[in-house]
Design a protein around this ligand. Structure first.
Ligand SMILES: *[C@@H]1O[C@H](CO)[C@@H](O)[C@H](O)[C@H]1NC(C)=O
Ligand SMILES: *[C@@H]1O[C@H](CO)[C@@H](O)[C@H](O)[C@H]1NC(C)=O
Ligand SMILES: [Zn+2]
Length: 476
């Protein structure tokens, strides 16, 4: 069957000439996908996952990835765009996840991260109600290390905003800020590699305290303390602050690595300084993390990689900015797949929640995804963009007249129906794509908290340490 599948010509990507869309194309594609499905059905991998890697596209809902897929093909291949795939869309197993939280229909990133890391649903804005499933070996993110998604890996906090001690104020009496928990408490202090933004909450750099800057008022430098503490235990420990330093770390001689590349979140991909003194790509951070973690042949690892700024770009209703984040996220995933042994590594790609963007109208095949409908509204005769938001900043037809704007340019904010300063999340399902041991456990609609259970069961860790027997007939 596998041989047959290989003999069938596949017309993806570079072959997608406009003249090949006849019945032959669809019949070959259908046949090839069938062979693929049959081969997958008879080759489920029931191994114990030695390693688990979770890629989290923050805010990368289904509609966001559909549009990003078209953008990618149009930009990189010059294709009509709709026929392509993002790397994870070729994974053998895909399922849907319900994202509501205990108290809200439409979730935030703290409660959702708690669900997929800890296996239980939580209230909005809370972090890490229970965090016993994993020994957290590593994480990589473009946000601050103390931001909602990574923080759910190690922190317990009734408020996700308490990243630094200054934010605790009079409400946080008796609570510990998130940066401090990462450095002082288990499991945070046992993390081997952490790469991302957020010098401020660690006291690694100083700035002006305001609404945006989360600073330390205890005058501690937690980065320095972390290094001292690790070195006191005889560990070789490095702190890196730019691309060159990151890429020259001798991973074979380093036990613990912390990289803080910016005061707050890291720059958007589109604004990033790509030089050696700039901020590293998510792909570079991911490859260094995997090198660090795969040193030990005996012990496995858990790695979380977050494309954290997809969400922020969507909140300011700039789809192009978000798509560039997604392409950088895809680069990181492609890099990781080339380094990992998928017979022993479970790789999951998912999102925490979606956004209120929609792909609307009836534009022709191959129309620029950032472009304008060829037929205007029959009521007010106004043209409109294919991508629109139900709420957000682009609400005013008078100043946001698509006839006067270049909708495909960087910085353009598409129309929105309801005026809002910060576009909101949306409540529809997200997808989870998986490959590697036990990836077939993603097979239908699930609660988002199911992800933690699959990771635990696949790797036989946490509550599934002694409770991960595979069904008899599955033994090959
Ligand atoms: C904090 O410690 C780090 C690591 O030793 C050092 O590079 C940094 O300059 C220190 N920051 C401040 C504000 O003292
Ligand atoms: C760093 O990432 C860039 C793309 O983001 C890639 O071209 C380059 O090869 C990477 N370098 C290393 C050493 O991984
Ligand atoms: Zn958000």
């Amino acid at each position: 069957m596998i041989l047959l599948a290989m003999a069938v010509p596949v017309y993806f990507g570079r072959h997608c000439d406009r003249y090949v869309w006849g019945p032959d194309y669809w019949n070959h594609l259908g046949w090839s996908d069938l062979q693929d499905a049959l081969a997958t059905a008879t080759s489920h991998n029931w191994n114990i996952a030695k390693n688990v890697v979770l890629f989290l596209g923050d805010g990368m809902g289904i509609v966001v990835s559909t549009a990003a897929r078209v953008y990618k093909e149009q930009k990189r291949q010059g294709n009509s765009g709709e026929e392509g795939y993002l790397a994870w869309e070729r994974f053998p197993h895909t399922s849907l996840m319900k994202t509501y939280t205990l108290d809200q229909q439409i979730p935030d990133s703290a409660a959702t991260a708690t669900a997929f890391f800890s296996g239980i649903k939580a209230n909005q804005y809370t972090l890490g109600v229970d965090n016993t499933v994993f020994r957290n070996d590593c994480f990589v993110t473009t946000t601050r290390l103390t931001h909602a998604t990574p923080a759910a890996l190690y922190a317990h906090s009734p408020n996700r905003d308490w990243e630094c001690d200054a934010k605790l104020g009079r409400f946080g009496h008796g609570c510990r800020d998130i940066a401090k928990q990462l450095v002082e408490d288990a499991p945070g202090r046992d993390v081997k590699v952490m790469l991302g933004g957020g010098k401020f909450p660690f006291g690694a750099s100083t700035g002006i305290a305001d609404k945006k800057n989360c600073l330390r008022v205890d005058n501690r430098n937690l980065t320095h303390e972390w290094l001292i503490q690790k070195r006191a235990h005889g560990h070789k420990t490095e702190y890196v602050q730019n691309t060159q330093q990151l890429l020259t770390v001798d991973t074979s001689k380093t036990d613990h690595l912390i990289g803080l590349f910016s005061d707050s979140h890291m720059d958007y991909e589109i604004d990033r300084n790509r030089g050696p003194s700039g901020q590293p790509s998510l792909a570079n951070m991911t490859s260094v993390a995997i090198k660090m973690l795969s040193k030990s042949r005996k012990k496995g690892f858990f790695l979380m990689v977050e494309g954290g700024r997809i969400d922020h770009a969507m909140h300011i209703t700039e789809p192009l900015r978000a798509f560039e984040e997604i392409l950088a996220f895809e680069d990181a995933i492609t890099t990781a797949l080339s380094m990992l042994d998928l017979s022993e590594t479970l790789v999951i790609v998912t999102a925490d929640h979606s956004h209120v963007m929609t792909i609307n109208g009836y534009v022709k095949r191959g129309n620029d995804i950032l472009g304008v409908s060829d037929k205007p509204s029959e009521i007010d005769n106004m043209p409109f963009t294919t991508l629109m938001f139900t709420n957000g900043l682009g609400y005013d037809y008078y100043w946001n007249d698509v006839r006067e704007k270049s909708t495909t340019k960087h910085g353009y904010k598409p129309l929105s129906a309801v005026p809002m300063l910060y576009e909101t999340h949306s409540g529809e399902d997200v997808a989870a794509y998986a490959i590697g041991p036990m990836s077939h456990l993603f097979h239908r609609m699930h609660e988002q908290s199911y992800i933690a259970h699959v990771m635990g069961f696949a790797a036989c860790v946490g509550p599934y340490k002694k409770n991960c027997a595979r069904p008899e007939h599955s033994i090959p």
